[in-house]
Design a protein around this ligand. Structure first.
Ligand SMILES: NC(=O)c1ccc[n+]([C@@H]2O[C@H](COP(=O)([O-])OP(=O)(O)OC[C@H]3O[C@@H](n4cnc5c(N)ncnc54)[C@H](O)[C@@H]3O)[C@@H](O)[C@H]2O)c1
Ligand SMILES: CC(C)[C@H](C(=O)O)[C@@H](O)C(=O)O
Ligand SMILES: [Mg+2]
Length: 365
């Protein structure tokens, strides 16, 4: 089969890690007989520099006319002084909104061979495997009004936390569907002791639960959830939450895997192409040094194969290749123990590709 993938490398370490992802998809194509056609487009700071906007129209067109989108990261100090409409992050938020990518799936898995990479205790981590389902196109990120204005007592600023019942219901239903495929436990995270938004969120979750009698629904306040994620991550199976809470909780959850460089994500709409990106950012502090961990991006490719292309065997093979690479002891700096040997970004990419290619040689023998 032939598939069209739009690649948005973006800024900082984005180009380094997406290069490894393209290499990996080519290895998958070679092994399983698929043809991946890559079309590259600009987003974020690089697009501001080249085209004067973080989300050029042509980038949107490429994204709308493909099977799946692979994104590196956007942003960096170079664009700190840009106006809001020229900020790199505006490009990322823009593409999420324009493609209606309301469901953001952020799995956090503890790899047995990385138990010592985390600063958390082994027995707290061992066996933890959770999925954060983050609402991605509403809430504080997009609510209007959003403004800075002169008030009676000087400058004042407004951001608006806005959700419609329909927006809440579609993400809650998506999370129930996903929990059903996992261990059938859904924790809805909110701030219902304070926010009217969260009170509606809770009501909707309770109402929708009647359609999923096989899934156990519980509620947790977000401040407690942040603590529980590092205290006892094994209590969670599937978590559903609104946009801002999900952003923060997913970075916290990355610590149970050992590094932010390990966390993949999928952003899905009801029907169009999905967007796949690591949870981490453009890591300007290590950009251009070939030391970033590409595994979050490679694991995002597994999600791309699974959710957008429906290639289950290929997705499993990528996840297995990552597992094997870690079990064989290969480490980038962020997941290495003190004094442990490390590999570069491109070496890590080569090793994972090699696992795919050699697994297929074994199968055909
Ligand atoms: N999806 C995205 O594109 C995205 C996500 C988060 C942040 N950002 C942007 O990235 C820029 C930098 O943000 P930040 O520094 O707060 O967060 P960051 O995620 O870029 O980096 C946080 C820390 O994690 C490390 N890190 C991140 N990814 C890594 C990897 N693959 N391998 C090894 N170490 C890694 C970095 O070196 C840094 O020390 C900002 O402009 C921010 O808005 C973009
Ligand atoms: C860069 C930023 C806009 C983005 C977000 O807040 O959603 C990032 O932190 C993420 O987690 O994908
Ligand atoms: Mg984030």
């Amino acid at each position: 089969m032939s598939y069209k993938i739009t690649v948005l490398p973006g800024d900082g370490i984005g180009p380094e890690i997406t290069k490894e992802a393209v290499k990996l998809l080519d290895a998958v194509g070679e092994t399983y007989g698929h043809n991946f056609e890559f079309q590259y487009a600009d987003i974020g700071g690089v697009a501001v520099d080249k085209q004067g906007t973080p989300l050029p129209e042509q980038t949107v067109q490429h994204c709308e006319s493909c099977d799946a989108i692979l994104l590196g990261a956007v942003g960096g100090p170079k664009w700190d002084d840009e106006t809001p409409d020229r900020k790199p992050e505006t490009g990322l938020l823009g593409i999420r909104k324009q493609l209606n990518l309301f469901a953001n799936l952020r799995p956090a898995i503890v790899y047995d061979s990385l138990l010592d990479a985390s600063s958390l205790k082994r027995d707290v981590l061992d066996g933890a495997d959770l999925l954060i389902v983050r609402e991605l196109t509403g809430g504080l990120y997009f609510g209007k009004p959003r403004e800075r204005r002169e008030g009676e007592h000087g400058l004042e600023v407004i951001d608006t936390l806005h959700y419609t019942e329909a927006e809440i219901e579609r993400i809650i239903r998506k999370a129930f569907d996903l929990a059903r495929l996992r261990n059938k436990q859904l924790t809805s995270v909110d701030k219902a002791n304070v926010l009217e938004n969260s009170r509606l969120w809770r009501e909707v979750a309770n109402r929708v639960a009647a359609d999923y009698p096989d899934v156990e629904l519980s509620h947790m306040l977000v401040d407690n959830a942040a603590m529980q994620l590092v205290n006892d991550p094994k209590q969670f199976d599937t978590i559903v939450t609104e946009n801002m809470f999900g952003d923060i909780l997913s970075d916290i959850a990355s610590m149970i895997t050992g590094s932010l460089g390990m966390l993949p994500s999928a952003s899905l709409s009801a029907d169009g192409p999905g967007l796949y990106e690591p949870v981490h950012g453009s890591a300007p502090d290590i950009a251009g040094q070939n030391i970033a961990n590409p595994l979050a991006t490679l694991a995002s490719c597994a999600m791309l194969l699974r959710y957008s292309l429906h290639l289950k065997e290929e997705a499993d093979a990528v996840e297995e290749a990552i597992l094997k690479t870690l079990r064989e002891g290969y480490r980038t700096g962020d997941i290495a123990a003190i004094g442990e040997a490390t590999v570069s970004t491109s070496e890590m990419g080569d090793i994972v590709c090699q696992q795919i290619l050699s697994a297929s040689i074994k199968q055909s023998q």
